[in-house]
Design a protein around this ligand. Structure first.
Ligand code: CMP
Length: 482
């Protein structure tokens, strides 16, 4: 045995620093415990938040986050007030509300809402706890009370955001919208669910929080409605049975305002009643115009059946501009991606061919929902791409109603892959408190593949290659003016 190792005495300065840090941590914990929203949360769960967060000060009249910015953080307001602003369906700026001490901002992104975004701007000097969303999500897996608290805040915030986006409701005061939220229930409907049945009596007004629905009269599509739209007002206002059936075209989250609460609201706001009446009149005459135009009606049915309204853009081609036998666009796609992700002669609408390719479904994308690996992600351009997390399991392929996803061999022979590529990803084993590298080759010989508007490239290979300008990527409204 050698001489005992010399363990240096801690220096007084170090002890002082550690004591200061501990004192600061206790004070911050107390600060969180005093907030109303956390009064049911056990101390050890709140300690988790303190460990993850950064305490930050924002001066008056500064932007914490813009409406369009990527959401990476959850903020808990400890001091000061913050103005939340977003734009309704018609592009008008609407004050969502003023956040005060104890309010949270960013819970939407915490549970996966990527579409409704508000900007947050300081009204006074503010002091916030800023928490990385990825870490909070991991923490919630082991913090059940905190999870419930954030989930409730999320449900409430989502309902408020939906009301704001309905132009009719965006004129209400924030406190009135909050009161309305208390009467509202949110329900998730899988694709193809009947929400309202023609000829049945009315019991509620429905507001689309996310997803898309189709309105049908005697099995004929007469309209589609999207996030921020409402339906069910006709029967409520006319006291007649439902004029149409409303069915979900995509998985949808829908807010339900019971009939009594709706009538109460109109009694309190006569102006609102007149505006609902205007919508009813417009919809009735639009329905009549459509019924009188058989061609347009068939067009609408085709649009719905092929999911052409599910994204924001479509790849379209004018066949008469294409030289006979030309498939340069398909070939350019293959040259870039190893296989073609688009096919000519998709849906022929008038003189235009809407290519058979991924629709980049903006809400309720079934491929994304079916993926067990969370391997689908949005990019800044609104394209849905498949990340390296894809194992090629193929679950997304039957999930897509438009046959837009393929299973293709991975490029490169598995024998040529690096060690890192060949072995399963490093995993953190919670119980052991350490990382582990499973020594088992992944064998992921295939992967899912679909059009992602050439994610990661500056241009779209097909568009750049088209020699005649026949192929174009256009906003949906340009091709389908309904
Ligand atoms: P209600 O009759 O209560 O139930 C069916 C709903 O479909 C109806 O209210 C409207 O909200 C909606 N609806 C009917 N016709 C149209 C249309 N042409 N455009 C949009 N929505 C419609």
């Amino acid at each position: 045995m050698g001489p005992p190792k010399h363990v240096p005495e801690p220096r007084a300065a170090d002890i002082g620093r550690i004591e200061r840090q501990l004192r600061q941590r206790r004070e911050r914990l107390k600060e969180l415990e005093r907030l109303d929203c956390f009064h049911t949360v056990p101390t050890e769960e709140l300690e988790g938040l303190i460990d993850l967060g950064t305490f930050r000060a924002f001066p008056i009249h500064k932007t914490i986050i813009h409406e369009r910015d990527q959401r990476d953080f959850l903020y808990i307001l400890l001091q000061g007030s913050v103005r939340l602003v977003l734009h309704d369906k018609e592009g008008h700026e609407v004050l969502m509300g003023i956040l005060d001490r104890g309010d949270c901002y960013g819970v939407g992104a915490l549970f996966g809402d990527f579409f409704r975004r508000s900007g947050a701007y300081t009204e006074t000097d503010c002091y916030v706890l800023q928490l990385p969303l990825v870490d909070v999500r991991a923490l919630l897996a082991t913090a059940p009370v905190l999870h419930t608290v954030f989930r409730q805040l999320y449900m409430q915030r989502m309902a408020e955001f939906t009301l704001v986006r309905v132009p009719l409701f965006s004129h209400l005061l924030p406190v009135e919208r909050m009161a309305l939220v208390r009467s509202i229930k949110s329900k998730h409907y899988p694709r193809g669910s009947v929400v309202v049945q023609q000829n049945e009596p009315a019991d509620a007004l429905y507001l689309i929080e996310s997803g898309q629905v189709i309105v049908e009269e005697y099995d004929q599509a007469i309209a589609t409605l999207n996030e921020g739209d409402f339906f069910g007002e006709m029967a409520l206002l006319s006291h007649e049975p439902r004029a149409a059936t409303v069915r979900t075209l995509t998985p949808a989250d829908i807010l339900i305002l019971p009939a009594e609460a709706f009538h109460l609201l109109l009694a309190e706001h006569p102006g609102l009643k007149a505006r609902f009446q205007d919508v009813l009149t417009q919809r009735r005459s639009a329905g009549k115009r459509l019924r009188d135009d058989q061609g347009q009606m068939e067009r609408l049915n085709q649009i719905v059946q092929h999911g052409l309204l599910r994204g924001s853009h479509l790849l379209i081609r004018t066949p008469e501009l294409c030289p006979p036998g030309c498939r340069i666009c398909e070939e350019a796609c293959t040259a870039r991606h190893g296989n073609t992700r688009l096919h000519l002669n998709g849906v022929l609408l008038g003189s235009q061919d809407i290519l058979s390719a991924c629709r980049q479904c903006h809400v309720g994308a079934e491929c994304m929902e079916a993926c067990p690996e969370d391997a689908f992600a949005w990019d800044d351009r609104g394209a849905l791409h498949i990340t390296d997390a894809c194992t090629g399991c193929g679950e997304c392929i039957p999930a897509c109603p438009y046959e837009a996803v393929d299973r293709v061999p991975r490029t490169g022979d598995i024998g040529q892959q690096t060690l890192v590529q060949r072995f399963n990803p490093i995993q953190y084993i919670r119980g052991l408190g350490r990382y582990s590298i499973p020594l088992e080759a992944t064998g992921h010989s295939h992967r899912a593949d679909k059009c992602d508007l050439c994610h990661g490239h500056e241009d779209l290979a097909c568009l750049s290659a088209c020699p005649t300008g026949s192929l174009r990527l256009v906003p949906v409204e340009e091709v389908l003016p309904i």
